[in-house]
Design a protein around this ligand. Structure first.
Ligand SMILES: Cc1ncc(COP(=O)(O)O)c(C=O)c1O
Length: 461
């Protein structure tokens, strides 16, 4: 903290309530103020450079100074800075973006709907699913299945579908009938000697048993991130998605792919659904849709979802849902330019190539005393930190080791994210070989410093 009462740090403490921050600790610790960005780097207000190895919040695909996005925004601002899409109104950018997204979809999709955040898109998906069930004359078909460690946002419905304790504690949850399955994390959840395929078979059986116990006619949808992100970068075991989809199809349950992190190249193909051969009925997208230069999110629905909704809205007289900024023209123009650049520069291919280099580099640290598991796919990875490899445990206080390592990484000029005792890496898709190597070197430095700080008795003899 600073002793200058009028510094930006002091004013931040005085006036700003931060999301996802310990508000009490912030009074002492104060903010890290980021001043500017360039490529995969950001610089704080003291001029210190960091590799932004989380692409902000898993989102800045193009890095931090893409001039073409600035130009796209400026041009659209000058032509039509705002218009809405309620009551049959439309405009060029939203029409073009809708067509573009439907054209990119890995499975036949019917319509795109626009929102402003991942959470709002998840809320919208849930509301459309309930609306559909009512439209089909199946008012009992409302229950939703999610997995442990799922992250689907923080609006009331989003938080209810999320399975992380911090999003539930002291917030009253109001969405009833959310059923939670085991997280598909082989390293943590598999039984001794259980192969990935056997584990996936067991999870599919857990899903089917739950559906039968609840009554298949009461289950509306299964929400899943192709790779769980905020829950710790949980990469599904081999055959998992194939087996889960077989169960969902058997009982006529909709599948919502939450592509908020995975979408637009993160897993080394355009969508997580492509990587895992997922055939969703609804796809939820945000983050890399606009590289987060402006808030953008969307969902795509197939005809199975659209047709009954269309009929029901005809009966009622409207689809009574939408946001003032749904399909905002400046956001749509930036998203279109962003997608164009991702395709032109083959950033999806780059994510696959750089991801492999990153994962190989992390895997080379497997013998480090603090490294328990290295996991990832495409350009998203996590290192599970342990102090006791044999028992897969870390320090006594959950999350303490993750926080310690994360602080040393920041000191070493590497912005990562600690999720319990794992640290995540999800750099911009534009990252180069040299920058991946630099990221790995800074990671090793931070890891060694954290190790040096641990008391001897924290590690096994
Ligand atoms: C998979 C997933 N879904 C939904 C969300 C919520 O998005 P937002 O923070 O834009 O509301 C996130 C955010 O990280 C996410 O990772």
């Amino acid at each position: 903290m600073t002793d200058k009462p009028n510094s930006p740090e002091a004013r931040d403490i005085a006036y700003h309530l931060h999301p996802y921050t310990n508000a009490k600790k912030h009074l002492e610790a104060g903010p890290l103020i980021i001043d500017r960005g360039e490529g995969v780097h950001v610089y704080d207000n003291n001029g210190k450079q960091y590799i932004e190895a989380m692409a902000g919040l898993w989102s800045v695909a193009l890095g931090f100074n893409e001039k073409r996005l600035v130009k796209a925004a400026t041009e659209q601002m000058e032509k039509l800075p705002y218009y809405h899409t309620f009551t049959h109104k439309s405009h060029g950018p939203v029409i073009e973006l809708s067509e573009k997204l439907i054209g990119m979809a890995p499975v036949p999709m019917s319509k795109a709907f626009f929102t402003n955040s991942g959470s709002e898109a998840i809320d919208t998906a849930l509301k459309l699913i309930w609306y559909r069930s009512n439209a089909l004359g199946k008012p009992e078909k409302k229950k939703i299945i999610v997995r442990n460690r799922a992250y689907h946002g923080v609006t009331i419905a989003g938080a209810c579908l999320t399975s992380l304790p911090a999003n539930h504690k002291s917030f009253d949850l109001i969405v009833p009938n959310v059923l939670r399955m085991t997280a598909p994390h082989h390293w943590r959840e598999a039984m001794p000697g259980e192969s990935e395929e056997e584990f996936a078979t067991r999870l599919a059986k857990e899903l089917e048993d739950t559906i039968l116990a609840e009554g298949p006619e009461t289950i509306a949808a299964f929400f899943g991130e192709p790779v769980q992100g905020a829950g710790g970068v949980v990469v599904p075991p081999a055959t998992y998605w194939e087996k889960v989809q077989a169960v969902l199809n058997k009982y006529d349950i909709l599948l919502v792919a939450d592509e908020v992190i995975c979408g637009f190249g993160r897993t080394g193909t355009m969508f997580g659904s492509t990587t895992y051969d997922i055939k969703p009925d609804i796809m939820v997208m945000s983050k890399q849709l606009s590289s987060s230069y402006l808030p953008a999110s969307a969902l795509m629905i197939n005809d199975r979802v659209f047709e009954p909704i269309m009929e029901e809205s005809g009966r009622i007289g409207t689809l009574g849902h939408g946001y003032t900024a749904s399909g905002h023209p400046v956001v749509a123009a930036v998203a279109l330019e962003n997608l164009k650049i991702i395709e032109e520069r083959d950033l999806v291919g780059n994510a696959a190539r750089m991801g492999e280099r990153l994962r190989n580099g992390l895997a080379a640290l497997a013998d480090h005393p603090l490294v328990g598991e290295v996991r990832g796919v495409g350009l998203i990875a996590a290192v599970e930190l342990v102090t006791d490899k044999a028992n897969k445990t870390a320090l006594e206080t959950p999350g303490a080791l993750g926080a310690l390592v994360n602080a040393h990484l920041q000191e070493a000029g590497l912005i990562s994210r600690a999720m319990a005792d794992a640290v995540a890496f999800c750099p911009p898709l534009i990252i180069t070989e040299g920058e991946v190597d630099d990221l790995l070197a800074r990671f090793k430095t931070g890891l060694d410093k954290a190790l040096a700080e641990l008391p001897r008795e924290a590690l096994p003899a």
